[in-house]
Design a protein around this ligand. Structure first.
Ligand code: PEP
Ligand code: MG
Length: 289
């Protein structure tokens, strides 16, 4: 099995009946890419930037260097960096607030929009890093279209500020995570977004009302439950009809038991934990669509 997995790692992923599937990796620490051969994956589908915010709020230069490192490693393959998704299961000291129900509170894009002082620093670092590769940026926990519009407006404003000071920059495609059910149910409200990436970890916890960090309800929290799968399939179908790319970057993407269902639902782009890359490719090769 190990030999088979290594074999698959070197080749592009494809189903038994020849449908290509792109397999990207999820990373957090920029150092994560040091152990990954770029030729074994199709890029980075999710860079979680919360890691950078671990101890203190990182300055623009620290963030710029971190993003640039990953973009240069990817040599032109797409790198999707997610703006900070603090809160919920990812508290950041000095940034997130005390709440009685953090999963339903001020997390992800909500907190970034509430703290433009912090968000603008990240935006400037991303705009500058975009010069060094194939960057895409996505916003976490989008629930209403206004959040996307406000975040995109901040990108436009900061781009103008950088232009005023002659700083090289470019505005990357701006997409959204599909992880709050309001987006999965009414994706047509979000068609300004350049792309969708399904966050199955949060989507399933919010659809099933089963916390992702509570093992007592882990059995309920499954992407292969009919309600969650139906939502995923309808988002994939919406994307096909409106030429908006739809990928998935939750842990289910690397789960061999879930992969046949996700491909059946119409997904062709999965972003997985690096440790799952080979297994995911093997699982894809066994699927007949
Ligand atoms: C998700 O919710 O599926 C996801 C990819 O984001 P995170 O696990 O970082 O919340
Ligand atoms: Mg999430």
């Amino acid at each position: 099995r190990r030999r088979a997995a290594e074999d698959h790692l070197r080749k592009p992923a494809m189903t038994t009946d020849g449908t290509p599937v792109r397999v990207l990796v999820n990373i957090a620490d920029p150092a994560d890419v040091d152990g990954i051969d770029i030729t074994t994956c199709d890029g980075v589908g999710l860079m979680r930037t919360e890691f950078l915010f671990g101890k203190e709020l990182p300055d623009e230069e620290t963030q710029y260097r971190a993003y640039r490192k990953v973009l240069e490693w990817a040599v032109g393959k797409p790198v999707t960096i997610r703006t900070i998704d603090a809160g919920g299961d990812k508290p950041v000291p000095g940034f997130t607030v005390e709440e009685s129900n953090p999963f339903l509170g001020l997390r992800g894009i909500r907190l970034s929009l509430a703290r433009p002082d912090v968000f603008r620093v990240q935006i400037r670092a991303l705009l500058r890093a975009a010069m060094h590769g194939n960057l895409k940026v996505m916003f976490p926990m989008i629930a209403v279209p206004e959040e996307y519009a406000r975040a995109a407006a901040l990108f436009a404003q900061e781009a103008r500020n950088l232009a005023d000071t002659g700083e090289p920059h470019s505005i990357p495609p701006l997409g959204i995570m599909v992880e709050v059910p309001s987006v999965a149910i009414a994706p047509e409200l979000f068609s300004d977004a350049a792309f969708f990436s399904i966050g199955s970890n949060d989507l399933s916890q919010y659809v099933m009302a089963a916390a992702r960090d509570n093992t007592a309800v882990a059995a309920l929290n499954s992407v292969t439950t009919p309600a969650v799968l139906r939502l995923i399939a309808s988002v994939a179908e919406f994307g096909t009809r409106h030429a908006i790319s739809v990928s998935l970057c939750g842990d289910a993407g690397g789960d061999p038991a879930a992969i046949p269902h996700l491909l059946e639902a119409g997904l062709r782009d999965l972003s997985v934990a690096p440790a799952q890359l080979a297994l995911a490719k093997v699982a894809i090769s066994g699927v007949r669509l």
